[in-house]
Design a protein around this ligand. Structure first.
Ligand code: FES
Length: 653
């Protein structure tokens, strides 16, 4: 054929098209990923492309000026009013006039890849469940008595090939005024729905809606609630925020909250109300921080452990407190936010909750599996998500196992005498000289060590306030390496250790890290009680990992991934010295940051990832730690630092 050749980059897709074919049409026919909200009317500018000129030997094309049509009226008007970047054209207006190579920039792709800061396992590819469609709706007519909603549905069918839509009563109530205000030109937000359900109109705006759509990825932990406000077009996180879970006042850990529900009639409802109120507050504050109207939040994705899952949904968690730990449902859930009392976002926003793996292994663990993909690893990988409950996954391409282990909040700085959340003023790194037993440390908010020049002035504004989770892990490991602690975790006396920093306190000893009490400041020590709390937490973690290794029939793993909100800050070497994780080559112990939160973001941005994790979860074998006698055995042996019997050959290197 003599029709011009059109090559799209970066996809490399190509085809011949008659002169006069709009670029957007050519892209659609070739399956090139080119965005459009207005359907080619020249008003949304989502379809921008960059035509290239010159010789393209790789594609066998020579492109001359005039390979695309000159600007038409629509495109010229757009450029005059809004301005197009140099070299850019509107793909729906420019037409093919000769052989041409056309680049689709990332911001014009629907399925664009989101750039992530952490060197994480998988990229986020945009394919959100809720998208915008601009339509022109036929005006009503005395002779054609159809309703406004039916004409909206027809416009979506004819202009966007969307076969059927639904809308709830509250949407119908605003449909008529919005259609008339927009002079029959409106933008609708359509939620594609779960599985094969009919798409639902979530929102409608007069004319072209340009303020975007947003979603919340929420990691609902027992101690903290963290949320990422995400632009559903670009995948960009525009604000991140968190707050303490107000349910703490009903019990520090999960089992004490389950007991609260058991002992107090209506206690579960009380806790449900508390967490929903907190999420509503968080929604309002994060929208304000992101500078958007909270009504633009049309989706939320939750990851959480099973107890939080039930309390969020308003389900009594009582069955989760006793064997066989039956969940009300383990399937993923897609339901209106309003049904869950989440009314700070759009009134028709949709919530998606990842599936649970088992009664003790929740949607948070599923989210870690989605983000870290153990089932795609050739190496045997152990993934530990450190929190009040540790989620543990062990697997490779042949099999994936999961369990959770009740570590308690010690790793987050709770139950530690000088413990605090990771915030400015908290000691996060510690080194202890094995000869002098003198500590040096670093504080969040300062990049100097305590023995460096200028340290005092630098932290003068924040002061030193306590030790955070990663700091206490380093402190205990350093104390062991410096000989201040024996294998059983006992702190030696001043005579035994040869340092006056070992201070008697009752029948035990504490190690003094920092003393500003003379100036009215804090006195920061690591007490024998702190060591015991860390020993309990790390033993639970290690025992869970060992149980999975037993089940897999291995005594060594190829690599370890530390995840969790503060997992990224844990020094991998110190974690191993402490015996938190099994022996592995240190170079193969990495941090993944908040993997559960990342899993939530993936499910928020990509509807296909939801089907994927639902499939993956069905193939994960769960191991129940609570009723497994071997767990106790492993737990007791793991109490020693690093371990009573298990060797750590890699540490010796
Ligand atoms: Fe909207 Fe081209 S598709 S401007």
């Amino acid at each position: 054929s003599t029709d011009p050749l059109v090559v799209f980059t970066p996809s490399g897709k190509r085809g011949r098209f008659p002169i006069g074919t709009p670029v957007l049409t050519a892209a659609r026919q070739l399956g090139v990923d080119l965005d459009s909200v207005c359907g080619g009317r020249g008003i949304c500018s989502k379809c921008q492309v960059t035509p290239s000129y010159g010789e393209f030997p790789k594609h066998g094309v020579t492109v001359r000026e005039g390979a695309l049509s000159d600007w038409n009226k629509v495109e010229a008007r757009y450029d005059e009013k809004r301005g197009l970047k140099a070299g850019r054209r509107l793909g729906c207006q420019a037409t093919v006039q000769g052989d041409v190579v056309i680049d689709v920039p990332p911001e014009s792709q629907v399925h664009r890849q989101v750039v992530r800061k952490a060197a994480a396992a998988r990229a986020i590819v945009m394919d959100p469940a809720t998208r915008l469609y601009f339509i022109e709706v036929e005006e009503p007519d005395m002779h054609e008595p159809t309703g406004d909603l039916e004409r909206v549905a027809r416009a979506l069918r004819e202009q966007w090939q969307i076969e059927a839509v639904t809308a709830d009563l509250s949407l119908m109530a605003k449909l008529q005024p919005v259609l008339r205000k927009g002079k029959w030109q409106v933008t609708v937000a359509l939620h594609k729905g779960h599985m094969d359900s009919t798409p639902r109109i979530v929102e409608i705006w007069p004319r072209l809606h340009e303020a975007g759509l947003f979603g919340l990825a929420i990691d609902l932990g027992s101690t903290t609630i963290a949320a990422h406000l995400t632009n559903l077009d670009t995948g960009e996180v525009i604000a991140s925020s968190g707050l303490m879970n107000p349910q703490i006042r009903f019990g520090e850990d999960l089992m004490s909250r389950v007991s609260y529900a058991m002992m107090n009639p209506g206690g579960d409802a009380e806790m449900t109300r508390a967490v929903r109120d907190a999420i509503n507050d968080l929604t309002r504050s994060i929208a304000q921080e992101g500078g958007i109207d909270p009504a633009l939040i049309v989706e939320a994705v939750f990851v959480c452990n099973p107890v939080m899952h039930h309390l969020l949904l308003g389900l009594d968690p009582v069955e989760l407190g006793q064997a066989p730990f039956a969940l009300a449902t383990s399937e993923s859930l897609s339901l209106p936010a309003r049904d869950m009392g989440l009314d700070a976002m759009n009134p028709r926003a949709q919530v998606y909750i990842l599936p649970c793996i088992a009664g003790h292994v929740g949607a948070d663990c599923a989210a870690v599996a989605l983000s870290e993909e153990p089932g795609k690893s050739d190496d045997l990988v152990l993934i530990v998500d450190v929190g009040t409950n540790a989620e543990i996954l062990l697997g490779n391409t042949t099999r994936v196992l999961a369990c959770s282990s009740p570590t308690g909040p010690a790793f987050e700085g709770a139950q530690i005498s000088s413990g605090q959340r990771a915030a400015p003023g908290a000691i996060e790194r510690i080194e202890i000289d094995p000869a002098t037993k003198e500590p040096r440390f670093r504080v969040i908010g300062s990049d100097k060590w305590s023995d460096e020049d200028g340290f005092d002035e630098e932290i003068a504004t924040t002061g030193i306030t306590g030790i955070c989770g990663s700091g206490i892990i380093e402190a205990v490991a350093e104390m062991r390496m410096a000989g201040l602690l024996d294998e059983s975790g006992l702190i030696g006396s001043a005579e035994q250790t040869g340092t006056v920093r070992s201070i008697p306190e009752g029948r035990t000893h504490s190690y003094l890290i920092h003393d500003a009490s003379a100036e009215g400041g804090p006195r920061i020590t690591v007490t024998q009680g702190d060591i015991r709390a860390i020993q309990l937490a790390k033993s639970a973690l290690y025992a869970g990992a060992r149980l999975l290794m037993d089940e897999m029939g291995v005594d060594k793993v190829d690599r370890v991934v530390l995840a969790g909100a503060f997992g990224a800050h844990i020094s991998t070497r110190h974690a191993m010295v402490l015996g938190m994780i099994p022996d592995a080559p240190l170079a193969k112990v990495t941090s993944a940051g908040n993997a559960a939160g990342t899993g939530a973001r993936i499910a928020l941005c990509n509807i296909g990832a939801r089907a994927e994790i639902e499939r993956v979860v069905r193939q994960i074998t769960k191991v129940e730690t609570a009723i497994e006698p071997k767990f106790q055995e492993h737990f007791v042996a793991a109490n020693a630092i690093p371990h009573k019997t298990d060797p750590f050959p890699e540490l010796a290197q």
